[in-house]
Structure formats: C-alpha cells, structure tokens
Design a binder for this molecule. Structure first.
Ligand code: NAP
Length: 289
C-alpha cells in the first residue's frame, strides 16, 4: 500500500483515483479544482481531501495528475499552490494528462532539480477504459521511476509501457491520435458511401469488419454512427486539443501529416455545427450535413 495523491477528478481522473483506492488498496488523497467533486469522491470511496494540489501532495510517494492541457498542468504543479512545492525527495509525479512533449520535459527537468521523479503517462481507452480500470498507459521518463510507479499504475491499466525518456509517453500518445484521426474519417466516408448506395450498413459492417477493413473504431462505433448517435466518449474539443499538440510537434520534427491536418479542419467544421462535445465519430455528421 502506497501513499498516493490524485489531482483532477474529471471523466477520467475520478474513476482512475477510485481504482487506486479500491483495486490497488492505496491510501489516496484527492484534489479537484471544483471542490464539490472531490467531496463527492471522498463520500463515495473514503480517503482524504486536499484543498490545494500542494496540500494533497504533501508526504505522498506517488502524485498523479489528470487535468486538461499544458497550462492546467503547469498550474497544478508549478503554480502558487502547486504540488511540486510540497513533494519530497524520492517521490514520483505521474501525469496522465494528454499534453505536449515539451511540458513533459519541462516538468521532468524541474522535478530533477527538486530531487524527485516525473513521468509523462498519457492514457488511451476512454471513459470506459478508465471506469473498467483497463487503460493503456504510455510512459516517458527514467527507468527507475517507472519501475517504482508501474505496480501502482497497474491499478487502472491493462497495458503499461515505458517508451523512452521524458516526453516519449506524450509522443506515443500523439501517434495514437494520428492513427485514429485518418481511420475515423475513412470509416465515416465508408458509411456515408454505403448509405448513398442504398446498402444495409449493419450488414455491410458485419461482413467487412471480419476482413482487412476491420478496426476498433469499426467494431465499437459503426453502429452508433449509423444511428446518428455521437455521445460515446472522447469529445471533439479534446481531439482538436490533441491534434493541435500533434501538428505543433510535427512542425518541430518535420513530419509530414497531410491527412491529420485535414481531419483537424474537419473537426473544426464539426465544432461549428455545435458538435464540440460530440464524440470523435461525428465526422459522419459533417458528411451528412
Ligand atoms: P474533464 O472531465 O474535463 O476533467 C478535467 C479535470 O481537470 C477536472 O477535474 C478539472 O477540474 C481539472 N482541471 C482543468 N483545468 C484545471 C486547472 N487549471 N487547475 C486545476 N484543475 C483543472 O476531462 P477528462 O475527460 O477527464 O480528460 C482529462 C485529460 O485526459 C485530458 O488531457 C484528456 O485529453 C485526456 N484523455 C481523455 C480521454 C476521455 O475519453 N475523456 C481519453 C484519453 C485521454 P474541474 O472539475 O474544476 O473543472
């Protein structure tokens, strides 16, 4: 049993912290900017409440965060009441936010100066993965910190991999999002074409999903897309944040991402249609406009 803090009890963080407490059996202290959520978490799971990130982090061995973006992350770590002011030598900071590789390297360097470890550890698997404790975790950082944290991370993960030094977890998550973007557009175009051609889409998917066109997105989203339902998880606003991070990084490393850049603009159209909170499969709605 480890002494753990969890900062950020959103769609992802709330159940992840729950798995650390219940599945992992750890001693968990939570912090959330909107205190009511942290109070609800403590009422549901027990554990303790920190009124600031620093208060939650004080005396803990592992400090997890899952907030929105780079700036949110800087605020909960380096801000006036940030966790880094309270963390002590030998502790490990584990960041589950999807953020830039740059901020991961910045926090790792800062942690190094202060004498504790930092891992960037973004996740894949969505809300369902968080609720079922079955996330994929892509980690960047030092091997010794990774080995210390791995058994604790295991409470909410089905797959945990160390990808390389600080920033490598975020770079891996970027590849994850690049692969998803083009794939979802292809699936949307296939369904759109099938409808225009007057075919039974469910029948089409039943057959082609067993062949070379099959994918997680096809298995899990094609039926809901065909029904025009777009409230199944990862929101378009979050995807645009992620693709922005990807395209910035590609500017730096020279990678050519023509399809990713195009799909990012398609998601911008979806936002303009009122779909900011729709899930990422809503690319079909844009084609049907
Ligand atoms: P969410 O439900 O919007 O939760 C965001 C959390 O961050 C909330 O607890 C929020 O506090 C906190 N927060 C935001 N800005 C903050 C700040 N400046 N200071 C302190 N706390 C702050 O988001 P989510 O869906 O859990 O996603 C969290 C991260 O995981 C994002 O980076 C997202 O891209 C990534 N992710 C999400 C999914 C998914 O399917 N949802 C999948 C993989 C990865 P309040 O309660 O006060 O707003």
């Amino acid at each position: 049993m480890a002494r753990v803090a969890f900062l950020g009890l959103g769609v992802m963080g709330y159940p992840m912290a729950g798995h650390l407490k219940n599945g992992g059996g750890h001693d968990v202290t939570v912090y959330n900017r909107t205190a009511a959520k942290a109070e609800a978490w403590v009422a549901q799971h027990g554990g303790a409440l920190g009124r600031t990130p620093a208060e939650a982090a004080a005396g803990k061995e592992f400090i997890f965060a899952c907030v929105g973006n780079d700036n949110d992350l800087r605020q909960v770590t380096l801000g006036p009441d940030g966790a880094f002011h309270a963390m002590t030598s030998g502790a490990v900071f584990i960041d589950n936010t999807t953020a830039s590789a740059e901020v991961a390297r910045e926090l790792s360097a800062e942690a190094g100066k202060l004498g504790f470890g930092a891992l960037d550890a973004p996740v894949s698997g969505g809300q369902a993965g968080a609720e079922n404790g079955a996330l994929t975790v892509m980690v960047g950082g030092a091997e010794a910190d990774f080995e210390k944290a791995r058994p604790v991370i295991a409470a909410y993960a089905k797959m945990v991999g160390l990808m390389g030094p600080a920033g490598s977890g975020q770079l891996t998550k970027m590849i994850n999002q690049i692969c998803i973007a083009g794939l979802v557009q292809g699936l949307a175009e296939g369904i759109h074409f099938g409808k225009q051609a007057g075919l039974d889409i469910e029948k089409v998917i039943d057959v082609i999903s067993k062949g070379a066109a099959g994918s997680w997105q096809m298995e899990n989203r094609s039926k809901t897309m065909n029904a025009g339902k777009y409230d199944f998880g990862f929101a378009v606003d979050w995807m645009r944040k992620d693709l922005g991070i990807v395209l910035d990084e590609a500017d730096r490393n020279g990678a050519k991402l023509p399809v990713t850049a195009l799909v990012d603009q398609f998601y911008k159209d979806v936002q303009g249609m009122g779909g900011r909170r729709w899930d990422t499969s809503s690319l079909l709605a844009r084609l049907e406009k």
